[in-house]
Design a protein around this ligand. Sequence first.
Ligand code: DQQ
Length: 542
Amino acid sequence: SPLEQPYRTAFHFQPPKNWMNDPNAPMYYNGVYHLFYQHNPNGPLFTVQMHWAHSVSLDLINWTHLDLALAPIHPFDINGCWSGSATILPENKPIILYTGIDSNNCQVQNLAVPKDPSDPYLHEWIKHTNNPVINLPNGILHDEFRDPSTAWLAHDGKWRIIVGSQKDKTGIAFLYHSTDLVNWSKHETPLYEVAGSGIWECVDFFPVLVDGKNGVDTSVVNMNGGVKHVLKVGMYDNVRDYYMIGDYDSVKEQYVAQNELTVDTLRLDYGKYYASKSFYDPVKNRRILMAWVNESDSEADVIAKGWSGVQSLPRSVWLDRNQKQLVQWPVEEIEMLHENEVGFQNKDLEGGSLVEIEGITAWQADATISFKLTNLEEAEELDPSGIDPQVLCSDMNASKKGKFGPFGLLALASHDLTEQTAIFFRVFQNNGKYTVVMCSDQSRSSTRNGIDKTTYGAFVDIDPQQEEISLRTLIDHSIVESFGGGGKTCITARVYPTLAIGEQAKLFAFNYGTESVVISDLKAWSVKKAQINIQETVICKD
Ligand code: DQQ
């Protein structure tokens, strides 16, 4: 029952039991969405002996659990089937490239194809007889070469993929070419490398439209300047997903990034969120992103629960109008689970006040709120240069009164507020310019000890003089996923309340700053339970 397992989720993807990490090879094929994932079928903890588990969905929200797709039983993957990606070939055939840990404990890249491409669920996968199709490059350590990307087809009719690696602490995305996806040759120069960044995992390389929210197929390369390319890298050293935006030229085989990849540049999510992978959804013409959201409780807790890891809600992703960053938003399909809409408009939220959002199941909810600020000349002074917003958010947590802020939502709050996860903003000024900081403060999220309660924070690139400050937060038992500024800044957190569970959990809007703010619009819904990883017979195609 939900109260025996209060941290299992209602609408976030997770396996029936045991360990899950990276999403693998998400794709849309013949009317069905597929998600594979790194899975230990034998227990709730990580093991190198990874399998690929497999689920299918018609709507990215309700999922059906299928048999394992890949097991580590061949010489080229006997020590683990690690992460990889799918590519849909022009003749509408899917393939998978993945990393195998071979019998020498060496990381190699393998190819698998569906046994029966006309099977709507693609139950069985056959590993290619030529495996491994890519061997370890010279000069690279045996355990530092992994996670092939989705392939893209360029002007010369050749497929390309990238594979993550490192050499002497320089993170590398090696580039490979192939005409048949079986025989691959390494290009003389990597697609990209960054000194000092450590090994890159789960690299993702995809085009985004310069103008508009639609997605484009991974093989759309040039389009006369109509697209830019995103290179996403998972940095193993700090378990964070960073990205660059730039221009890719497949003729020169060159990627010119417009932002640097350093620890304080763009991240897909500034909370717990890693190993993300995107794919193009031709049905709704969008690019969708999913990622692994790890636990924050202890190993003993994981063993007691019997499971570990959830997936973020699938998000649409596109390039912001300013072309400097990505924007993400939960896929619209989540709205079919909404019920009990509540809301109000234009309500003053005085300094030091809070208001309960009643009428919804607050431990399983979706809430959007936007704030209008006047008198901005009263904002506190802060020069943002050299400031780490995460440090600022933990120094100035939700209980520290400011002028504009903290204001936002208190999620998974107990009636006396002993437990609360505070997602909030602060606004500062410096020489007539304003800085908006978004925080997710887990320090009071649970009365339990032994949990990682790190507070997260990031800047939101909006001007509060011109725009309202908006927040959307999805609350699902032990995960709180927040989208600031319409999806410009995303922060995901895992929390383990002991009081704020079931009917006891509450949701508030709050303003602990001294300046009052106006809630220009608030809407919140209960979110019904999705059917996640139920047995296979339930799915049906219409
Ligand atoms: N997880 C996989 C690797 C990948 C890492 C192993 C990222 O392929 O590099 O489970 O979380």
